[in-house]
Design a protein around this ligand. Structure first.
Ligand SMILES: Cc1cc2nc3c(=O)[nH]c(=O)nc-3n(C[C@H](O)[C@H](O)[C@H](O)COP(=O)(O)O)c2cc1C
Length: 176
């Protein structure tokens, strides 16, 4: 067993990078918030990925939050190489608000990132982006909370994905 599997289940995201006919999408589990103010996110991308080249070339990327309905597209994005895969995917690219890299219309949310830092760690590069714009589906969030019935996607192991159920647990003695 690969030791990093001990970190699972993890959420699965899509990374959009590139512009025009270079626009590409890959799947990424290794994504996290690194700062709230300013809002910054990081993603680990291996240098073999076309996405790696495109993030370095255009210095921006979008972190899209896919839904369970998009699992087929997530799998294509995570197993095929380069923009040709978009022909096999059922996603609609739409203009972002703050950057030139497009967002994904069907995604639950899109975080538009301007690259602010990158550093190699082992076999991946850690890219940090400042979130300069965002969009989300109205049905995916209620106020500050996710609508757990919208089909947020998580990754259990290689080909196994899961979603959330609307069952809320609170720490003992803590009221909402
Ligand atoms: C669910 C899933 C999660 C993945 N997470 C990552 C990740 O966090 N970082 C990474 O470099 N590759 C990750 N990959 C692999 C890339 O998505 C895959 O190599 C993809 O084909 C790269 O596409 P590209 O060459 O067009 O950029 C993941 C694949 C899958 C299926």
């Amino acid at each position: 067993m690969k030791s990093y599997r001990l970190m699972y289940p993890m959420r699965t995201y899509l990374v959009v990078a590139g512009q025009g006919n270079e626009t590409n999408i890959m799947a990424a589990d290794w994504v996290t918030v690194v700062s709230a103010r300013p809002f910054m996110v990081g993603v680990a991308i291996a240098p073999q990925r076309r996405t790696w080249e495109l993030v370095r070339k255009y210095r921006e990327f979008v972190i899209s939050v896919p839904s369970l309905e998009m699992l087929g597209d997530v799998w294509i994005a995570g197993t095929q190489h380069g923009p040709e895969k978009l022909k096999d995917m059922n996603v609609t690219l739409v203009p972002s608000k703050g950057i030139k890299t497009p967002s994904i219309k069907e995604a639950l949310a899109n975080l538009e990132c301007r690259l602010v830092d990158e550093k190699d760690y082992g076999d991946h590069t850690w890219f940090v982006g400042e979130v300069v714009g965002s969009s989300h589906r109205e049905d995916a969030f209620v106020g500050d909370s996710p609508n757990l019935e919208a089909g947020f996607l998580a990754h259990a192991s290689w080909v196994d994905f899961v979603t959330f159920e609307k069952k809320i647990y609170r720490p003992p003695g803590v009221r909402g």
